[in-house]
Design a protein around this ligand. Structure first.
Ligand code: 6PG
Length: 446
């Protein structure tokens, strides 16, 4: 009998299986696609002792009880199908772990269904991509505490070491908090990706620099406190060449998404929280895919791009300002979720678990943990002082972008947000009065 079962042997499932097997955890693997299984053992010798199945019932029978089954399939119909089979064929107290990117609302419902069948559930976000999952992912868990107690030893063997020396997995609460924390991670990731991309775009459009120059700037930043995994991979991609020249000259600009950012935006709307950075990052992906509007507008507006100068110190400060605002908004959303849903997600624990193995690992995360009171960010004077110091750099960069017609998604939003939250009076005073006029809504007086 094997220790652990994995359903879904795609790229992430394969990495997870290899990681576990190399730590001596004997795994049973199931995928309904024969292609995923065919060359698995010959391609990866570490999977020698694992058992590979294309029959889910034989797969289930091969795992020792109480069974621990990790499902790594896309959320939606594929996940629904696997769960409906498992709840019929697993035995009481077996543990079903959903390790995919699942909407926290769906994770909550799945937990209820699974619990009603006397099975145990863990909703688990896994970050790191194909390489990270192989080498030591960052894992965010929620669900049944007694299920977690039974599998934590396994997670401690396959994860990385965090900045505070613990292993990069964490239990965030007895329901869907694991998937919620992963969703927040992804929202932060979207903005970090957009900020780097906006910077690349500003530099290239100045017509004074080439991809290699941008890569050199990113390399310099990566050696200081602006360092991050995403910056590191961006600089590699900037210099990547194909047979026909630079990769970036060969690919188009249409960026897709798997939905996690949209879920976070919807959660923020439900909670009445502002996540303008994420909103802008998602919008920029949507706009990139809107062929029809873009091709029509592009024909009607004559682009007149001229050379311009960039102050790189301002750019570095603007970048840091925007990154801080991104985390600030994410923290306030987590705080609001804690209050509204009666949760107790620790923001410092989330940062710690993201500090290694995750896609958003960075020196900023380490700095947030060491220099700021992240669990009470609104009481932290430090963060506001830092933002104030960095703000002139952002204004300088926004001036450059506005004068030269270069769009900088997420940059404008950061300044606007900061100016609004730090202002004693807002434009919404008049909105109150307007609502009162046409809807007789009550006017709130100071
Ligand atoms: C991770 C990533 C990963 C996510 C991709 C794709 O932490 O390993 O967050 O889980 O699925 O980054 O996200 P998009 O397709 O929406 O960009």
């Amino acid at each position: 009998m094997n220790d652990f079962g994995i359903i879904g042997i795609g790229r992430i499932g394969t990495s997870m299986a290899r990681n576990m097997s190399s730590k001596g955890i004997i795994v049973s693997l199931y995928d309904k696609s024969h292609n995923s299984l065919a060359k698995l053992k010959s391609d990866y010798p570490e999977l020698e002792s694992s058992l590979v199945f294309d029959d889910i019932y034989k797969f289930i029978s091969s795992i020792s009880k109480p069974r621990k089954v990790l499902v790594l399939v896309p959320s939606g119909p594929a996940l629904d199908e696997v769960i409906s089979i498992l709840i019929k064929h697993l035995d009481p107290n077996d543990i079903l772990i959903d390790g995919g990117n699942t909407n926290p609302n769906v994770s909550f419902k799945n937990h209820q269904t699974i619990k009603s069948k006397n099975l145990l559930y863990l909703g688990m976000g896994v970050s790191g991509g194909v390489k990270g999952v192989l080498e030591g992912p960052s894992i965010m868990i929620g669900g049944d505490t007694n299920a977690f107690d039974q599998v934590k030893n396994i997670f401690s063997r396959i994860t990385s070491k965090t900045i505070n020396g613990s292993k990069s997995f964490e239990f965030f609460g007895d329901s869907n908090q694991g998937h919620f924390v992963k969703m927040i991670h992804n929202g932060i990731e979207y903005v970090e990706m957009q900020l780097i991309s906006s910077i690349y775009y500003l530099i290239i459009n100045s017509k004074k620099y080439m991809y290699d120059d941008v890569a050199k700037i990113f390399k310099k930043w990566n050696d200081i406190d602006l360092n991050s995994y995403l910056l590191e991979i961006s600089l590699l991609k900037l210099t990547e060449k194909t047979d026909n020249g630079y990769l970036l000259d060969r690919i188009d600009d249409k960026a897709d998404d798997n939905g996690t950012g949209r879920w976070m935006l919807k959660h923020a709307i439900d909670l009445g929280c502002s996540v303008t950075m994420l909103n802008s990052a998602i919008d920029s992906r949507f706009i990139s895919n809107d062929n029809n509007t873009r091709s029509k507008a592009n024909k009607l507006i004559i682009e007149d791009k001229k050379e311009y100068d960039i102050d790189f110190e301002s750019l570095a400060n603007a970048y840091m300002f925007c990154r801080l605002i991104n985390y600030f908004q994410a923290f306030l959303l987590m705080d609001s979720a804690n209050k509204s849903y009666g949760w107790n997600i620790s923001i410092s624990n989330a940062l710690n678990v993201w500090s290694n193995g995750s896609i958003i690992k960075s020196k900023l995360i380490n700095k947030l943990l060491s220099d700021y009171s992240v669990d009470n960010i609104l009481d932290d004077k430090n963060v506001f002082n830092n933002l104030n110091e960095l703000k002139p750099g952002l204004i300088d960069i926004l001036n450059t972008s506005l004068i030269n017609d270069v769009s900088l998604p997420c940059f404008n939003e950061a300044l606007n947000y900061f100016n609004q939250i730090s202002s004693s009076s807002l434009s919404t005073k008049l909105i109150q009065a307007q609502r009162n006029y046409f809807g007789s809504h009550e006017i709130k007086i100071n």
